[in-house]
Structures are given as structure tokens and as C-alpha cells.
Design a protein around this ligand. Structure first.
Ligand code: PEP
Ligand code: MG
Length: 594
């Protein structure tokens, strides 16, 4: 992202500057900056004699062992403070220190070139990073951070230095970094760190994932801060809008003080509506459910007052492991979630691997355009040996809980029919094996491709519900990579084409007598709730932390005014006009949520 700041006020010597980035965790923080640029260690460089080789190899092995021990300690610490799912981020780091290809290449080079081990290891690690960086795959690019992080630790051990630690002053501070690595985050004193801001990163980067788990206001993708901010500077970060304010003026501080007070009061009021139902002013019940990625999020789901799970992204079960989960493991996982969600339902989405989600446990092809490649249902139809165990696990868990099965990335009838044939096959096989299952499990499909919208009339005859995946629908309609920060300005949910496609989908669902929800990020954006209600959605499913806000929005709106808004929106030519319409109504009703 480009440098983006403006001097807006001079207050004596102090100049207020505003930087814009991508908001990752909502909230406001004001404290001094703790700048944490990576100081690169100078790598000692020398030729070695043949007789020194065994000694260099021994030092290398010792450094790998020490790094591994250090990583395991960090992982343990994170597992205790944040939970196993966050700790599993370090599995990728551990794989680096155990990677035989990398280690063997280092040893081969050591014997061939006779440079000291620090130089040899540094060169090979850099070569790996460059190779990964050149691949057009956001997931692999993120792995470069892991390799850099690990190789820095190995080098420090080789050089006999202490592991890199972020100094932790005993007073509240905001960490400003190029990119926060998971191991940096693990060292952070959560009582004293009140915010994060990083130059790099997207919403799906590891730093964003960790910041969200820590629930500390955070902004990523701010572009260059390096020459402008130094430790001790006065910083305010606004995790709602993605603004970082250096040297906030008295007036700015007072304004944010008022905002903070309002936000606290809003949170308290939202807490009070947790148990109430999600009904519009004119009495229309909108099912408000939660999206989850992991089984351990069920506590958050219960606490946020959601009516069950509208999207369980099962691919997370397949990540960070060497072999895919078998039918039995999945059956237990799905049953456990379904039991906890009762009396509400759980929509289990079948494996949506590929695109930006990759895993060692599956044999995924390397592709030029992974988002347009063998992703989700395409992969599953090509791999019935992976798909069928998942379908069987879902059908079996359906005996205990109220489970619905949802297919991702369906582009048309052929794929839907092929998936249904496999589901029938699974039913037949479970029957012959006398294994209990639910033969009447409700089947739904995601609508996240423009082609699916255009053939929705026929899809609707084969399923019981639609769930609009706006994250991908936007990506595929506007042809804008959803994880590429350089073109983030083109990723516009209120593009007239998107509103039209949503409206077309809900209309088909209504005509064909099935229900239609939205489970993409649009469902959690209260500025857009009027549009979605006006388009006639029956269900909204969003992250647990956003559920109370969406409930408040729904409870404040009436369907006829939202329908009128959509009629007007359909006459608009550009995304900003539609956004202004929807946000205008939203702000007039629940301005406190903005
Ligand atoms: C979507 O595309 O909107 C969606 C909910 O699925 P995912 O974000 O997992 O692709
Ligand atoms: Mg999707």
C-alpha cells in the first residue's frame, strides 16, 4: 500500500498526521508508540577449512534444536493464553526447522562451497524466500514471513545471541511494526500492549489473525511508517476506520474520548439485547446466525446470542496437518458442534480448499490462478476419496443434531447434480453397512459465482436453501482478487452489479419457495443491513463478535423502508451512491454503531 498521510494541524512543534490502513480489529487505542522495526543482524562471513566442517555441522544441528525448543515453548505459551488453534500457527514454523530439503541443501552447500554455516544457511533461506515470493499465491507469500522468522532465530542461535524480544515497557503502548510475526506476538505483554499497527499485511495475514485473537485494536497495511514514527511518539489508532493518528491534537483526543465513551455505552446496550429475538420493527423475523471456522468457537456463538451456525467453514479442519481428517474424526467434530448448537441448526459447508487456503494434507495442484482453479467443489468432485468421507460424516452427525449440508462454489447444474449423485452414493453405502444416518438432511448451495445467480432458477429446484457468499461473489463479479491489498479499492460490496445479483437471487428463492441467507462479510456490516433486508434475505450469518450489532440494526429497521431503498439503489449507477443511500438510512436509525 502506498504511503498515505496528511498533515492536518500544527500545534506548536507537533504536527498531527493521519495514515490510512486496513482496519482489522475494532476499537480505539491511545498510547505511546513502541517501534519494532526488524534490526537485521550482520551475518559473519568467512571461508572455512575442510577440517572445520564437522564443527560447523554440529553447530548447525544445535541451532536447529535450540530453535525448535524455543518454538515449542512459544507454542505452549500461546496454547495456554489463546488456545490451541492460534498455537497451531507455529506448526508452519516447526515445519521449517524440520524441512529435510532445506537442511540437506544447506549441508550440501556447506561441503561444496566451504563458507561458514551462518553465511551458508542465510543464503539458502533467502533463496527459499525469494522463490516463494515469486509465486503468485497469497498463502505461500505469507509463508515467507514464517521462514524469515525461523531463519532469524536459527542465525541468532548460531551467533550465540539471545532470541529477539520486543522490549516491553511497563506502561501502555502501541506496537508499530513492519509486519508482526506470530513469535513477536507471542512475546507481547497483553496487559501493556493496547494496539497494533503494521506497515504490511492484509485481512487474512497472520498478524491480522493473531491481533483478532488477542482482541486488541489493530490496523494493517498502513504502508511506510518507518521514516515517520519513532518509539515514544504519541499515537492514536482507530480500529473502526483503519486510521493511525500521529501526534493527535487536543481536539482529536477529545473527539476520540467522546467516541470511546459512546462505544462503551453501545457495547453495554448491545449486551442487553443478547437474549432478544432478531425481528424487524414490522415484525419480520430474520434468522441471525454465526460463522465459525473451528469447533472451539461454540462458546463465542452462545455468548453472542446467535441462532445457530449459518456457516461452518470445515476446511479449517484440514489445515496445519499432514493427513486429512478421516470420516470418524469429522463425524465426532460435526456431532459435537451440532449437539452444542441445539435447538438451533448448523450449516456445515463441505470442504472449500484451494484459492487462498492450502494444506499439506491434500494433494492440491500448483496453479496460475488458484481462485479460478481447482477450488472447493471442483476439488471435491475430482477427489471422491476425500469428499465422500466428509459427506458420510455429515450425514451420520445429522442423526443427532439439526444439520444442513451446504456446497461451496457451485457454478451450475452439472456440478450440483454431480455432488448430489455422490451424496446419494454415500447414503446407499451407509445403508448397506447398516450405519445410522439422516437420509433427509437438508441440502443447500452457496451462491457465490455470477453464473450460479444466472442459473439460480434451476439450482433452486434441487436444494432447500441458498446462502449468498458475498466475499466471493464480489471477487468473481468485479474480477478483483479478494486478498490483494493493491486493488482493495475496487472491492466494493455496493457495486450496482452486486446489489442486482443479490436481489435476483432472493427473488428466485422466493419464487421457488426456498429460503435465502447471506454468509459473506456483507452480512456483518451494519451499513449494509438495510440493503440486505430490502433485498428480501431470510437469514444473516456473520462472525460471533458482530452478531449483537447486526441484531440491533435489524430490530431498528422496517422491511417496507428497506424495500424502497433497494428500489432506489437499483436505479443508481455507482457503488458510492448505493453506499450513501444504505449508510444514510443505517446512520439515521443506529448511528451509534458507526
Ligand atoms: C463467501 O465467499 O462469501 C463465503 C462466505 O465463503 P468464504 O469466505 O469462505 O470463501
Ligand atoms: Mg466463498
Amino acid at each position: 500500500m502506498e504511503e498515505n498521510f496528511s498533515d492536518i494541524q500544527t500545534d506548536g512543534e507537533r504536527v498531527e498526521q493521519i495514515f490510512s490502513g486496513i482496519p482489522v480489529v475494532p476499537g480505539i487505542a491511545h498510547a505511546e508508540a513502541l517501534v519494532h522495526w526488524l534490526e537485521e543482524d550482520e551475518i559473519p562471513y568467512r571461508k572455512i577449512k575442510p577440517e572445520e566442517l564437522p564443527g560447523e555441522i554440529a553447530r548447525f544441528e544445535a541451532a536447529l534444536v535450540a530453535t525448535r525448543t524455543e518454538l515449542l515453548e512459544i507454542q505452549q505459551r500461546i496454547a495456554t493464553s489463546l488456545g490451541a488453534s492460534d498455537a497451531s500457527i507455529f506448526d508452519a514454523h516447526l515445519l521449517v526447522v524440520e524441512d529435510r530439503t532445506l537442511i540437506d541443501e544447506v549441508l550440501r552447500n556447506l561441503e561444496k562451497d566451504h563458507f561458514n554455516i551462518e553465511t551458508t544457511f542465510h543464503r539458502i533461506a533467502e533463496k527459499y524466500c525469494k522463490a516463494l515470493q515469486a509465486i503468485d499465491d497469497p498463502y505461500l507469500r505469507e509463508r515467507v514471513v514464517d521462514i524469515e522468522d525461523v531463519s532469524r532465530s536459527v542465525l541468532r542461535h548460531l551467533m550465540g545471541k539471545n532470541p529477539r524480544r520486543i522490549p516491553t515497557p511497563d506502561r501502555p503502548h502501541i506496537i508499530i511494526a513492519k509486519n508482526l510475526t506470530p513469535s513477536d506476538t507471542a512475546m507481547i505483554n497483553r496487559d501493556k500492549v493496547v494496539g497494533f499497527a503494521t506497515e504490511a499485511g492484509s485481512k487474512t495475514s497472520h498478524s491480522a489473525i493473531m491481533a483478532r485473537s488477542l482482541d486488541i485494536p489493530a490496523i494493517v497495511g498502513l504502508g511506510q511508517l518507518f521514516q515517520v514514527i519513532t518509539s515514544g511518539d504519541d499515537i492514536l489508532i482507530d480500529g473502526y476506520t483503519g486510521k493511525l493518528i500521529l501526534n493527535p491534537s487536543q481536539e482529536t483526543l477529545e473527539r476520540y474520548g467522546r467516541i470511546q465513551k459512546q462505544k462503551d455505552e453501545v457495547e453495554e446496550r448491545l449486551e442487553l439485547i443478547r437474549e432478544t429475538s432478531c425481528v424487524t420493527v414490522d415484525g419480520r423475523h430474520i434468522i441471525l446466525s454465526a460463522n465459525i471456522e473451528l469447533a472451539n468457537e461454540m462458546d463465542d456463538v452462545r455468548e453472542c446470542g446467535a441462532e445457530g451456525i449459518g456457516l461452518y467453514r470445515t476446511e479449517f479442519l484440514y489445515l496445519n496437518r499432514k493427513t486429512p481428517p478421516d470420516e470418524e474424526e469429522q463425524f465426532h467434530d460435526y456431532r459435537h458442534i451440532a449437539e452444542q448448537a441445539l435447538p438451533y441448526s448448523v450449516i456445515i459447508r463441505t470442504l472449500d480448499i484451494g484459492g487462498d487456503k492450502s494444506t499439506e494434507s491434500l494433494d492440491l495442484p500448483k496453479e496460475q490462478n488458484p481462485f479460478l482453479g481447482c477450488r472447493a467443489i471442483r476439488f471435491c468432485l475430482n477427489h471422491p476419496e476425500i469428499f465422500k468421507p466428509q459427506i458420510k460424516a455429515i450425514l451420520r452427525a445429522g442423526v443427532v443434531g439439526n444439520i444442513k449440508l451446504m456446497l461451496p462454489m457451485i457454478s451450475g447444474m452439472d456440478e450440483l447434480r454431480a455432488a448430489k449423485r455422490l451424496i446419494d452414493e454415500c447414503c446407499g453405502e451407509l445403508s448397506s453397512a447398516h450405519i445410522e444416518f439422516n437420509p433427509d438432511i437438508e441440502l443447500g448451495t452457496m451462491i457465490e459465482l455470477p453464473s450460479a445467480v444466472l442459473v439460480a432458477k434451476w439450482l433452486a429446484k434441487e436444494v432447500k436453501f441458498f446462502s449468498i457468499g458475498t466475499n466471493d461473489l464480489i471477487q468473481y463479479t468485479i474480477a478483483v482478487d479478494r486478498v490483494n491489498e493493491r486493488i482493495a479499492h475496487l472491492y466494493t460490496p455496493t457495486h450496482p452489479a452486486i446489489i442486482r445479483l443479490i436481489q435476483m437471487t432472493t427473488q428466485v428463492a422466493k419464487d421457488q419457495g426456498i429460503w435465502c441467507g447471506v454468509c459473506g462479510e456483507m452480512a456483518g456490516d451494519v451499513a449494509l443491513t438495510p440493503l440486505l433486508l430490502g433485498a428480501g434475505v431470510d437469514e444473516l450469518s456473520t462472525s460471533p463478535c458482530l452478531v449483537p450489532r447486526v441484531k440491533k440494526a435489524v430490530q431498528t429497521l422496517a422491511i417496507p423502508e428497506c424495500e424502497e431503498l433497494v428500489r432506489e439503489a437499483l436505479e443508481c449507477e455507482d457503488h458510492l451512491s448505493i453506499l450513501n443511500l444504505s449508510e444514510g438510512l443505517a446512520k439515521s436509525r443506529y448511528g451509534e454503531l458507526f
